[in-house]
Design a protein around this ligand. Structure first.
Ligand SMILES: [Zn+2]
Length: 59
């Protein structure tokens, strides 16, 4: 099971969103629209020593 749910806070509306990340990929950068306010959120995901490090920014 490599896809795991994580909770991140939308940088626009502040809502907490549950997102799935594929933990087999060491570094991911992508944009996904907020499920609540529909603004494009930029995700930076990194796996560091098996720990998932997530950063979200306004696009
Ligand atoms: Zn939002």
């Amino acid at each position: 099971m490599l896809e795991q749910p994580y909770t991140v806070q939308c940088p626009y509306c502040g809502e907490w969103l549950e997102v799935l990340f594929d933990c087999s990929v060491e570094r991911q950068d992508y944009i996904e629209d907020c499920q609540v306010c529909c603004h494009p959120i930029q995700f930076h995901v990194q796996i560091v020593d098996g720990e998932v490090d997530i950063e979200v920014n306004r696009n």
